[in-house]
Write a protein that binds this ligand. Structure first.
Ligand code: ATP
Ligand code: ZN
Length: 396
């Protein structure tokens, strides 16, 4: 039987961290179905999947206190830098588009976080994609295609498992063993929360489902001098981030698509291109009438790495997000990001510049489903009400 549990926090969560701590609480214990931090950050309310004994509950509470302490104690408010603010741009729509998208079969839910998209949303994404391909051409970016799977060995090399363990999605297969395969074929069914096959039937993990696009490019360039000393590339690909109970409508998907433009070279080459990209994209977002802002941000590192890494990203201006307004809930959603990784990938993957130093990298990345969802939240599902540029581009 489901139960609720509310308790006071030993460390008060400052307001700038409430959202980020809350999203981590989904990963604290399988018994937690949802967690809500009080607006002043001093208590938390848990919805539990079943009622727990006092002993189990106090162990769970200790884990929550630990996460809050690790993420929030002594955390200084980040220096929020706003590079563009067009949040007040007037938009005609203020309703949640999701019920109508579902009713029109423009969005079909296959499983939590896994959705199929219908013709209108698909065409809208194609409009954005045609723009991104043109934008990439202005940078003379080389087109690339990357696999959906990604090497576990390579992800380990770039310390991914330390930074984002909670959102990984693993690819496995049955062990090469006649008994295991026969047994699986005869007995496996989907039961309540998943397949009933025993964990020993599965192989060790060699590959995962890719969490980002640009990593593949850095892996392809590893262990050699960077050809020509600088490179620009572009690709679109499926990305996978397991976001637990945070998975929600088209806002937070398990399986989504990202278009990236990727820069590799000396620091000034990467930073200048990231900035040029931002200015070109700003002109486009104005043409399509999007209400948004661009502000400094950090990646969703897991608890152990969170404080140090987030502060580092903030101090060195490594990440800016394009946050589009969601008028129906008076909030915003990151639809894209401008990233600079310094020489992190160059060092760990041994990608060298002509002077022998490690290459720097950066990317401009867009979440295509989110961009479509934010646009539809602001303009609705009737193309007649859309800005002319988008309406006219719909049919190619
Ligand atoms: P980095 O270069 O720092 O690794 P990245 O290239 O992985 O960054 P992110 O900023 O992490 O890029 O993600 C880019 C965009 O992908 C986000 O702005 C968002 O639009 C989209 N995105 C990320 N996670 C999800 C998700 N769970 N569901 C839908 N879209 C997502
Ligand atoms: Zn990237």
């Amino acid at each position: 039987m489901a139960a609720e549990h509310r308790f006071a926090l030993q460390v008060i969560i400052p307001s700038h961290l409430v959202g980020q701590v809350q999203s981590k609480l989904a990963y604290v214990d399988e018994a937690i179905e949802a967690a809500q931090i009080a607006p002043d950050g001093d208590s938390v309310q848990l919805q539990l999947r079943s009622s727990l004994s006092a002993k189990v509950l106090s162990a769970l509470e200790a884990k929550v206190q630990q996460v809050v302490a690790d993420m929030a104690s002594g955390a200084l408010p980040p220096k929020v830098e706003i590079l563009e603010d067009h949040m007040a741009r007037p938009v005609p729509y203020a309703t949640d588009p999701m019920p109508e998208l579902l009713a029109r079969a423009e969005v079909s839910r296959e499983h939590t976080g896994i959705y199929s998209l219908g013709p209108l949303v698909t065409r809208l994404i194609e409009v954005f994609e045609r723009y991104f391909v043109r934008l990439a051409a202005e940078f003379e970016a080389a087109p690339q295609r990357f696999p959906t799977l990604i090497s576990a060995e390579k992800l380990d090399r770039v310390k991914y498992f330390r930074a984002f363990p909670h959102s990984l999605t693993f690819a496995t297969h049955l062990r090469e063993d006649l008994h295991v395969i026969n047994d699986f074929a005869e007995h496996t069914h989907y039961e309540e929360t998943g397949l009933n096959a025993p964990p020993e039937a599965f192989s060790k993990i060699q590959a995962l489902l890719s969490p980002a696009v640009c990593y593949h490019y850095y892996f392809a360039l590893a262990d050699r001098p960077l050809p020509g000393g600088q490179l620009t590339a572009t690709a679109v690909g499926h990305c996978f981030r397991y976001e637990s109970s945070n998975l929600n409508t088209l806002e937070r998907l398990w399986d989504f698509t990202m278009r990236e433009i990727i820069f590799v070279g000396p620091a000034d080459f990467v930073l200048e291109n990231r900035e040029r990209g931002r200015q070109k994209v700003a002109a486009y977002l104005e043409q399509i009438g999007l209400a948004y802002l661009v502000e400094s941000a950090n990646d969703p590192f897991f608890v152990g790495e969170f404080r140090k890494q987030a502060a580092f990203q903030n101090a060195f201006q490594l990440k800016y997000e394009i946050r589009a307004r969601l008028p129906f809930k008076d909030s915003s959603l990151a639809v894209g990001s401008y990233n600079y990784h310094q020489d992190f990938f160059g060092r760990h993957l041994n990608i060298t510049l002509p002077d022998g130093k490690p290459a720097h990298t950066g990317c401009v990345a867009f979440g295509l489903e989110r961009l479509a969802y934010a646009f539809l939240s602001q303009y609705g599902l009737e193309p007649a009400a859309w800005p002319a540029l988008v309406r006219e581009a719909l049919h190619g």
